[in-house]
Design a protein around this ligand. Sequence first.
Ligand SMILES: Cc1cc2nc3c(=O)[nH]c(=O)nc-3n(C[C@H](O)[C@H](O)[C@H](O)COP(=O)(O)OP(=O)(O)OC[C@H]3O[C@@H](n4cnc5c(N)ncnc54)[C@H](O)[C@@H]3O)c2cc1C
Length: 496
Amino acid sequence: MNAGTQVVVIGAGPCGLATAAELLRRGIRVRIFESSSAPSQGSRAIMLWPPAQAVLDDLEVLASARSRAHRPDCLDYFGDRGRLVRVRLNASQSPLVLPQSRTDALLEEAVHRVGGTVERGQRLVDVAQTDDAVEAVIRDGTGRHERQCAQWLIGADGVHSTVRELLGIAFAGSALPTRFALAEGELTGAQAPTSPSYYLTSRGGLVIAPLPNGCVRVAGSIHDGRQASEQLVQNMLDTRGPGGLRMDRFQALTTFSSAERVVERMRAGRVLLVGDAAHTHSAIGGQGLNLGLQDVRNLSWKLAGVITGRLDDAILDTYGPERIAAARQVIKTTGAVTRVALASPPWSALRNAALKVAERTSRAPNWYAARVAGQRIRHPTTSLGRPPGFRGTGLPAPEWAAPLSHHMPDRLLLVTSGPPNGPLPRAADAMAQRHTSLISHHHVPRQRPEFLLIRPDGYVAARGGFKSLPRTERLLVAISPATTSRKDSHDATADI
Ligand SMILES: Cc1cc2nc3c(=O)[nH]c(=O)nc-3n(C[C@H](O)[C@H](O)[C@H](O)COP(=O)(O)OP(=O)(O)OC[C@H]3O[C@@H](n4cnc5c(N)ncnc54)[C@H](O)[C@@H]3O)c2cc1C
C-alpha cells in the first residue's frame, strides 16, 4: 500500500492520462492503474478540436501534436449531384487530425515529464469509501490483489466503467439504431478529398477523412446486419463517394455502433468520473474525446485546489452540473446532426436542398462551425457561474468559454482594462492582494474600464465594471475555505 497517494486514477485512456498529468503538474501525488498490458493502438478519435488542443497546450505537448497532425480548414458536404456546402473553419476553429494512439502517446509523455508512470495490467475490481478516504482494490495479471488508499479516486475507465457500476451510478439513455463500418488504409484516385468530406447520398452516408500518415479513414452507415469487410467499404466508396477511388493496404477495419447516455451525477463522495465513463454519444462530429478532455480541464484545477487547501470542497459540486450540461448540449447537437445526416428519402432531398441554400449564406455554416469546434458549450448557473455581468461589452459572457488562453494552473485571472491608475485596477489590485492564493491581477491598457475573471479552465467566472467588483469578491469568498479570510474579505469589500 502506498500511503502518500492523494489521487488514484483508474484507466489510462486519454482522459485518465490527461487527469493524471494535470494533477501531477500541480504537485498532487497520483497513481494511475490501467487494466491493459500495453497502450491501445487503435486510431479511434482522430479530431482534436480547439478545446482539446487547449488541454494539450496546458500539458506542453501541443507543439508536438501540431507537428504530427493534419490541419484541415474546412468540412465539405456532398449530395448525389456534387457539393452541397463547404463549412469553413477559421484559425481558432480548425481541428488537429491525429490518430488517438498518437494523442495517447503524447499524453503519456506528459505524465512522465511531471514524474508519473502508468501501472499497466492492473484492474480495479472494487471501491469502498468513508468520509475521509477511498480505497481501491486492484488485481494484477497474476491474480494478486493490492489495496490502495487515497483522498480521491477518478474513474476514467471508459464507456463500460467499472467505477460507475460499482458505485451504482445510473447511465441513462439509449442505443442509436445505425451501425457503421470504419476502415483506414491508402486511397488512390483523382478525386481523393484533401479535407474531411461527408457524402449524404440517397444510398446512405459516407465520411472520408485524410489522416496525417498518408492514410485515410472511411466510415459509412450500415442499414442491415452486415459486418465491415474490405469489399463492403469499397462498395460504399463506389456507390456513395465521388467515384474513381480505390482503397488498399487496410490498417483498420471494424464495425461499431453508438449510444446516447449521460450519468445522473459525476461525483459520488470521494469518487469522480471523467470522459466516456460519464457520457457517450454519436461518433459523428468527433466530439467524444474533446468532451472528456474538457471534463479533465474543469475538474483538475478544482480538485488540486481542494487537496492543497486553497479551495473549499464545495467547489467540486460545480463539476458535475457543469459537465453534465456540456454533455447534454453535445448529445443534442451530435444527435441532431446524425439524424439529419442519415435521413432517408424524401427527407434526404429536403435536407440536401436546405444545405445547398446554406452554401449561399455564411450564417448557417458559421453557426455549425462554432458548434463543431466546441465554442458554444455553455455551463449552467453554479456558484462559479452566476456573477454580475452586463451585456454589450464585447467581452465573453459568464459561463461561456473565453477565447483566451490561461497559463496559471492554480489561480483565477482577473483582467482589468481602462486607465492604469483608475479606480478599477486599484480596487482589483487590492482584491488580488486579499486573495493571493486564489487570483492574480493583470491590467491591459484598453479604453473602456471593465473586468473579466477567468478560471484556470478558460471559462469566464465573472465580468463587469467597477460597481460589480464587490459582488465578484463574494464569489471568491464562497470558494475560499478559510473562515477568517471570509470575514476579512467582507470587511474589505466595503472599502472598494
Ligand atoms: C471507432 C471510434 C471512433 C471515434 N472517433 C472519435 C473522434 O473522431 N473524435 C472524438 O473526440 N472521439 C472519437 N471517439 C471516441 C473516443 O475514442 C473516446 O471518447 C475516448 O477514447 C474516451 O477516452 P476515455 O479516456 O474517457 O476512455 P477510453 O479511451 O475508453 O479509456 C479507458 C481506459 O480505461 C481502462 N480500463 C477500463 N476498465 C478498467 C478497470 N476496471 N481498471 C483499470 N483500467 C480500466 C481501459 O483499458 C482504457 O484504457 C471514437 C470512438 C470510437 C470507438
